[in-house]
Ligand binder design. Structure first.
Ligand code: GLN
Length: 506
């Protein structure tokens, strides 16, 4: 059993490192060995043992001196959409197959400054477009719970490595669900914070008004530490927030809020959640939802009720409309963001061309995968003269209405709970002739992203299959209420062990 499977929380692993049960180097070596033993997961795109061990040695110096932080020596891996100075950054695309950035993304820099040990770069859907990790130019990723199934996407490998014990935590990006949905399918915990609280500097852009980075780990309490490290105003990101409803945008804000919520719950004794109203959108619980998932979500809500919370029926009437709105706005932004990949400024350059125009079009046609091309075409179309008003502007109006509906819902409830995905992890060989069919499965995550709200997924059960597949519960907070949803998730995880379960080796 790997060290990370034995010590699978920040608290226990950090304690073992500080007590010198093993060194950061020994832990990194053990983890690198496990990574090398599971190549079939196809989760890592770039590992460099020497670089990792250098970081582990630096962590050991801090641990010996006694000035370690909670993250010092902790093995972490980054989704390959965050640029890194020493590791290649591909965004899962042939376009960037050999790209090495001259700088680190802000979140990579911050996590490194806290002393974490970087294990390498994680496979993902190309440019974070997808929901099942089959869109990577470097091959599909497996779900450690059942290797014939998808780990979800686009941060599929980020969730898979945490589930498989190949990293204690991983970073992910969520544009329309890509942290929450793979966390649900892999039985781990992940949070997408309020838009603007974590810097996007150095994160390869997909839909800039939606993209947000966040952490994935087993325990919600670990997400607190990671999110504190990642959060904060960054002048290099023009949409980075300075102010979060009267509080400065810092990591301490998340920690203080989390601690205040914990204290408030503790004060209420045996009914820690007395007074908490959980909104259940009636549009989420329809026949489209897998009944096994519905059952586990209901059981989780019952657990919150046993702690004093009450259910409130709410309506999010534009739940379905979030799908077309998102799949107009995100491709529109993607078509603009991806125009920089032209074989001149960035990216693959075709070997044969007769003129500049041909060079650009051939380079793009050769290096972008089918899904990326589809979205560039959709995006260009909806932004073109004559269609802009009919599609793009209309989608923006729907986006505003969805955000307003959510605010209305929060006037009668404190948090919203529901499923993350209508299905369990899908089979990797499932085939659909309709490329947009998978877009429909994003129904529970897209509206939240369009509104920019914080949301997380935590494990709340497993299917009855011979090789059981995990089920995730989505918890959505109002703007800047990361501390509240993390405290609720931690409370749930004190009483349940879904997040502790580990896949059996196949
Ligand atoms: N599945 C959604 C999409 O394909 C979400 C992806 C994401 O959040 N990066 O766009």
């Amino acid at each position: 059993m790997s060290l990370l499977n034995q010590y699978n929380s920040l608290q226990s692993l950090g304690m073992a490192l500080r007590d010198k049960t093993f060194s950061a180097r020994e832990l990194a070596q053990d983890t690198l060995q496990r990574i090398a033993q599971q190549p079939e997961l196809n989760a890592f795109l770039h590992v460099d043992a020497d670089l990792t061990l250098q970081q582990a040695d630096a962590a050991d110096v801090l641990l010996t001196r006694g000035n370690a932080t909670a993250l010092t020596g902790i093995p972490i891996a980054h989704k390959d959409v965050f640029v890194t100075r020493h590791w290649r950054t591909t965004a899962g695309s042939k376009m960037l197959a050999n790209y090495v950035s001259p700088f680190d993304a802000t979140i990579v820099e911050k996590i490194q400054a806290a002393g974490a040990v970087h294990l390498g770069k994680l496979n993902c859907d190309e440019f974070a477009m997808g929901s099942d990790s089959r869109n990577s130019a470097f091959g599909a990723i497996q779900n450690p719970w059942n290797k014939l199934h998808s780990p979800g996407g686009s941060s599929g490998a980020s969730a898979a490595v945490v589930a498989a014990g190949l990293a204690l935590a991983a970073t992910g990006s969520d544009t329309g669900g890509s942290i929450r949905q793979p966390s649900a399918w892999c039985g781990v915990s992940g949070i997408k914070p309020t838009y603007g609280t974590v810097s996007r500097f150095g994160m390869i852009a997909y839909g800039s008004s939606l993209d947000q980075a966040g952490p994935i780990a087993r325990h919600a309490s670990d997400l607190v530490e990671l999110l504190c490290t990642m959060s904060g105003f960054d002048e290099r990101d023009p949409t980075s927030l300075q102010d979060c409803h009267g509080k400065a945008n810092t990591g301490e804000r998340v920690r203080d809020d989390y601690q205040q919520w914990n204290a408030r719950f503790a004060e209420q004794g045996s009914k820690p959640l007395a007074g908490l109203r959980i909104g259940l959108p009636r549009e989420y619980f329809t026949s489209d939802l897998n009944p096994e998932i519905a059952r586990h979500i209901d059981a989780a809500i019952q657990h919150f009720e046993s702690l004093g919370a009450t259910r409130v029926d709410i309506s999010l009437p534009l739940t379905r409309e979030a799908i077309p709105a998102y799949y107009i706005i995100s491709p529109a932004e993607a078509s603009s963001n991806l125009s920089r990949f032209d074989g001149v400024r960035f990216g693959h350059r075709s070997a044969s061309y007769n003129n500049l125009e041909e060079m650009i079009s051939r380079s793009r046609a050769e290096a972008f995968g089918g899904e990326v091309i589809r979205r560039i075409l959709v995006g260009t179309y909806v932004l073109s003269e004559g269609y802009y008003d009919a599609y793009y502007l209309q989608a923006q109006r729907v986006r505003r209405m969805i955000a307003d509906d959510l605010q209305k819902a929060f006037s009668s409830c404190d948090v919203i709970m529901g499923p993350v995905s209508p299905t369990l992890a899908t089979a990797l060989d499932s085939n659909s002739a309709d490329p947009t069919a998978s877009w429909l499965a994003d129904i529970y995550t897209l509206g939240i992203s369009l509104a920019g709200l914080p949301a997380m997924s935590i494990p709340c059960g497993f299917s009855n299959d011979a090789r059981p597949l995990p089920v995730g519960l989505q918890i959505v907070g109002n703007y800047f209420n990361e501390g509240q949803i993390l405290a609720l998730a931690s409370l749930y995880q004190q009483d349940t062990d879904w997040h502790q379960r580990q896949p059996e080796a196949e």
